[in-house]
Design a binder for this molecule. Structure first.
Ligand code: ADP
Length: 476
C-alpha cells in the first residue's frame, strides 16, 4: 500500500503560494508607504509647514507695524504659537516686547555679527524678509528664524525676528519610529499568517478541483466537482460537472454501441450463415424455397450495409468532413424518390403510405443529405409502428416556409426520452420491436444534417399513439 506523504511541499508556482506572495507583498507595500510618510516625509512636511506658518505670521505682523495694537499682536502670537518674537532696532537693541526695566537700559539682544548674518540682505534692500534655520550653540535643536524689515520710527529702522524651535518633530519621529517598528513587525507577522490562511482558503476549491480532475483522468467517472466560495469557481465546477456528465454519457453510449453493433452484426451474420447452410443441405434443389432463403440472405446483407453506412456517416460527421452543398431542391421529388425505396416493404408489410403536398416546396439545401434525413425518418416510422401500419407524409408551403412532417401511428415516445433520442447511440431501452434494426444513429445523423442546414426541427409524440417528426426550411 502506498502511504501518502504528509509533508507539505511548497510549490513556487502554486496558486496558493502566489496568493500568499501577493498578499504579503501588498501588506509590505502599505507598511513601506507608512514608513515613508511618517518618518522620511514627516520631517520635511513639518518643516515646510512651520516655514509657511512663520512666514505668514511674520508677513502679517509687518503689515501691522503701524497699527495701535501692534505690541498686543506680538504678545498674542508669542503666547499662542509658542514663538519667540522680538522687534529690534538697527543696533540690535530690543524694542518689543516692552518691559519697563529693559526699556531703561535698552539691552542689546543681538551682536553686530549676528545682526549682519540675519539682516544684511534685508538692510541692503535685496529682500523684505528671509526664513532660515540656525543652530544656536546653547540650544540642542536647530531654530527656524524669520527675519524681516518692519519700518522706520523716529529715524530708527526697526526689524522683527521670529524664532521657533524645530525640535518637537524629531522627538515625535523618534516615538513614531519606535511605534512603527512594533507595528510593522506585528502587522507583517499577522499579514503573513492571515494571508497564508486566506490564500489556502481561496485556492482550496481549485486544488480540490484539480484533485477531482486527476481522479477523472484516471478513469473514475463517478466524480463530482465541488463548488467553491466564489462565483468563478462555481461556474468552473458547473462546466466541469457538465463535461463529466457528457463524457460519462458518451462512454456509456460507446459501450452501448459496441454491444449494439456487435449484436447488429452478429444477428444478420448468423441468419446469413444458417440460411446458407439451409440452401446447401436442404433447399438446394427446391427452387421456391431456395429463392425464399436467398431473399432472406439478401435482406440481411442489406441490414448489414445499412449499419455500415450509418457508421461511416457518423464518423464522417464527427470528423467534420461534411459540408453542405446548397442548391435548390424540390422536396416533393425527393420525398417521392425516397418513399419509392420502400416499395417492397409497402407491398410485403401492407404498409399504407399517404403523401400530400401543398404548394411549391422547393428549398435551398443539399439533396443527398436531405434524402438521408427523409429516409431515416420514414425508416424509423416503419420500424416503430406495430399494427397501425399507416404512415402520412405532408409537405406544406406556408408564409415563405416549407414544412415536412412524417407522421406515424406506432409506438410513440415517452416524454422523458424525447430529448435523448437525438443523441448518438441512444435507443429507447424497452423497445422490443424488431430489435435487430437500427443502431441508435439514425436520428443523430438527422439532427446533424438539419443543424448543418440551419433548419428548425423536432418531434411531437405521444406514447402508444404515434409520432410526428418534422423540419421547417425557408422556401427557395
Ligand atoms: P435507431 O437506429 O435505433 O432507430 P434512431 O437514432 O433513429 O436509432 O432512433 C433513436 C430511438 O428513438 C429509437 O431507438 C427509438 O426508440 C426512438 N424512435 C425513433 N423514431 C421513432 C418513431 N417514429 N416512433 C417511436 N420511437 C422512435
Amino acid at each position: 500500500m502506498i502511504r501518502e506523504n504528509k509533508i507539505i511541499k511548497i510549490n513556487n508556482n502554486s496558486i496558493m503560494f502566489k496568493f500568499w506572495k501577493y498578499f504579503s507583498g501588498f501588506a509590505a507595500a502599505i507598511l513601506i508607504a507608512l514608513w515613508l510618510l511618517q518618518i522620511v516625509f514627516l520631517n520635511n512636511f513639518y518643516e515646510s509647514m512651520k516655514i509657511r506658518e512663520v512666514t505668514k505670521i511674520g508677513n502679517y505682523l509687518r503689515t501691522e507695524y503701524n497699527s495701535s495694537d501692534f505690541e498686543y499682536q506680538i504678545l498674542n502670537y508669542s503666547q499662542k504659537k509658542g514663538m519667540n518674537i522680538e522687534v529690534i532696532d538697527e543696533d540690535g537693541h530690543l524694542i518689543y516686547p516692552f518691559n519697563w526695566v529693559e526699556a531703561l537700559f535698552k539691552p542689546k539682544v543681538m551682536d553686530e555679527q549676528t545682526f549682519n548674518e540675519f539682516f544684511s540682505s534685508i538692510v541692503s534692500g535685496k529682500e523684505k524678509y528671509r526664513v532660515f534655520t540656525v543652530k544656536f550653540p546653547n540650544l540642542e535643536n536647530p531654530t527656524l528664524v524669520y527675519a524681516g524689515f518692519l519700518g522706520t520710527t523716529d529715524d530708527v529702522k526697526h526689524y522683527i525676528t521670529i524664532k521657533t524651535s524645530l525640535d518637537p518633530v524629531d522627538s515625535t519621529i523618534d516615538i513614531l519610529k519606535k511605534m512603527l517598528i512594533i507595528v510593522s513587525i506585528l502587522a507583517m507577522a499577522l499579514s503573513l499568517i492571515l494571508s497564508y490562511f486566506m490564500s489556502k482558503r481561496l485556492s482550496k476549491p481549485l486544488v480540490d478541483m484539480s484533485r477531482t480532475a486527476k481522479k477523472l483522468g484516471k478513469g473514475n467517472y463517478d466524480v463530482s466537482f465541488k463548488k467553491g466560495d466564489y462565483s468563478e469557481v462555481d461556474d468552473l465546477a458547473d462546466t466541469l460537472n457538465y463535461a463529466t456528465n457528457e463524457l460519462t454519457k458518451t462512454i456509456e453510449m460507446r459501450k452501448d454501441l459496441i454491444a449494439n453493433v456487435s449484436h447488429d452484426l452478429k444477428t444478420p451474420l448468423t441468419v446469413i450463415k444458417s440460411y446458407g447452410e439451409m440452401i446447401r443441405d436442404i433447399s438446394g434443389s427446391d427452387e421456391k424455397k431456395r429463392n425464399e432463403h436467398i431473399a432472406t440472405i439478401i435482406n440481411e446483407a442489406d441490414h448489414l450495409t445499412e449499419l455500415v453506412n450509418d457508421l461511416l456517416d457518423l464518423s464522417k460527421m464527427e470528423s467534420n468532413l461534411e459540408s453542405v452543398n446548397f442548391l435548390p431542391v424540390d422536396l416533393e421529388k425527393t420525398v417521392t424518390n425516397v418513399s419509392n425505396r420502400f416499395n417492397v416493404l409497402k407491398e410485403k408489410n401492407d404498409f399504407i403510405f399517404e403523401f400530400k403536398t401543398i404548394g411549391d416546396c422547393t428549398i435551398l439545401g443539399d439533396e443527398k443529405k436531405l434524402e438521408q434525413v427523409i429516409y431515416n425518418l420514414i425508416n424509423n416510422a416503419i420500424n416503430y409502428s406495430k399494427e397501425e401500419k399507416y404512415l402520412k407524409i405532408i409537405l406544406e408551403e406556408k408564409d415563405g416556409k416549407v414544412r415536412f412532417d412524417c407522421i406515424d401511428h406506432g409506438l410513440g415516445i415517452e416524454e422523458d426520452d424525447i430529448d435523448e433520442i437525438w443523441e448518438r447511440f441512444y435507443r429507447v431501452r424497452d423497445n422490443h420491436t424488431r430489435p435487430s434494426v437500427g443502431t441508435g444513429l439514425g436520428l443523430y445523423i438527422v439532427k446533424n444534417i438539419l443543424e448543418l442546414h440551419n433548419f428548425q426541427y423536432g418531434v411531437n409524440s405521444e406514447l402508444g399513439k404515434g409520432s410526428d417528426f418534422y423540419f421547417i426550411a425557408k422556401k427557395y
